[in-house]
Design a protein around this ligand. Sequence first.
Ligand SMILES: [Zn+2]
Length: 179
Amino acid sequence: MTSSFSPQHLDVKAFAQAQGDLSDAVDLHNMPRLRADCAENVAGKVIWSAQGELRQASDGHDAAWMHLQAKTEVPLTCQRCLKTVEQALEVDRSFRFVKDEATAEAQDDESEEDLLVLSKDFDLLALVEDELLMALPLVPMHTSCQSEHAPTSKDDSDADVDAKPNPFAVLATMRLGKN
Ligand SMILES: [Zn+2]
């Protein structure tokens, strides 16, 4: 029965009441806002899943909840070497739905969970994209960039001695060969 729910036109309350369970793999191409932050053309997929749940709130009424998981890998620009760094993104969050914006604002400070406004036409994929955008690192960087890509060894003459043969020794050998 739960397969009848449409991720981009989701009746949130019905999804929660049915304890719905949706999951899919979406091309990153279909997430233009996330794609705009990527270093190059993206070819990967976002794997996501969502579960609906109805929980009794403190006021006795049932509240619609949604648990969302998503993961993907995106190419970002390393802010140290400016080359591409593959960044894994992972989202695992729970949301409680309230009846309107005013309620969401009023309860936001006292709630640990994230609050969203109930809708019969909720775009779950937009929420997945929102959450992935928030999971992006502020400063993307290779984890071991300093040793692998940073242009510090150019100026470091001590490091060159170990890597290359001593040019004077090479010259001496050539002269010896000539004589
Ligand atoms: Zn780097």
